[in-house]
Write a protein that binds this ligand. Structure first.
Ligand code: ATP
Length: 241
């Protein structure tokens, strides 16, 4: 199997005066094509930092990151913007939408070109996400969950090789969260989806899950193993009280 995304000993260090914080330390991972990948770990373990570097939103302070043969850890902003716009899709914890545009216009913003095909594709996503009746509404007229579903539709519009999602279900109730995750995971037929989450239940259908701790990779687990780890860590934290 060829790897889509690889990192070679990436680090991310924040320097504040004399003090260095290692958000990531020597993380080397390989992520295959067309998989639904989870990233989990305690708060502050480096999950978002890793996602930002994989997605070209931040540069590593050390090491290298590659999309197939394209190394982009040290590329200028212009190239990173291009990489993100043409090859990646994003869903963030907060639904960022242009407030003066309708839901449909926001989704079409994600399309490389505005033609009838893009409109049809957007329409399909609205239907699949159960928000077809909301397409002409402004973001201010939508609930948080509805806005997030609009963001998911927008992320898919450019047929990205990878969709990066940082806590995409944090603002949703369980039913809407599940709907969003199911749609994201179905995208693995076309590309890889990488989801950072605190909620192991959202990763029950994942192909594999990367565990992070203290800025380091702890290796990969299956969703079943994740449930065991979750149960154990609950016992430990209760026992520590
Ligand atoms: N801009 C920053 N300046 C300094 N330190 C930072 C900055 N951003 C993150 N950090 C530190 O880097 C470490 C990793 O942060 P990161 O946000 O990647 O963790 P996380 O696992 O995503 O946490 P959470 O689950 O709470 O969102 C933490 O110790 C955090 O305090």
């Amino acid at each position: 199997m060829t790897d889509l995304l690889t990192t070679d000993k990436i680090s991310l260090v924040y320097t504040d005066g004399e003090r260095n914080t290692y958000a990531l330390r020597d993380v080397s991972i390989e992520i295959p094509d067309r998989k639904f990948i989870g990233i989990m770990g305690p708060s502050g373990s480096g999950k978002s930092s890793l996602l930002y570097i994989l997605s070209g939103l931040k540069r590593p302070t050390g090491g290298e990151v590659r999309l197939k043969d394209y190394a982009y850890g040290g590329r200028p902003d212009r190239e990173l913007v291009d990489l993100r716009r043409t090859r990646f899709g994003f869903v963030f914890q907060q639904p960022y939408l242009l407030v003066w545009q309708t839901a449909m216009e926001n989704v079409l913003m994600g399309a490389p070109e505005l033609h009838e095909e893009a409109r049809r594709k957007a329409q399909t996503y609205f239907d699949q996400l159960g928000i077809a009746r909301l397409q002409n509404k402004l973001p201010s007229q939508l609930s948080g969950g509805e806005k997030q579903r609009v963001c998911v539709a927008r992320a898919m519009m450019n047929d990205p090789e990878i969709i990066f999602a940082d806590e995409p279900t944090a603002s949703l109730d369980h039913t809407n969260g599940r709907l969003v995750i199911d749609l994201l995971s179905a995208y693995r037929e076309r590309g890889t989806v990488i989801v950072v989450t605190h909620d192991p239940e959202m990763l029950t259908g994942a192909d594999t899950v990367l565990m992070m701790r203290d800025g380091e990779s702890q290796g990969w687990v299956t969703p079943d193993q994740l449930a065991e780890v979750g149960a154990k860590s609950k016992t430990i934290s209760l026992g520590e009280r």
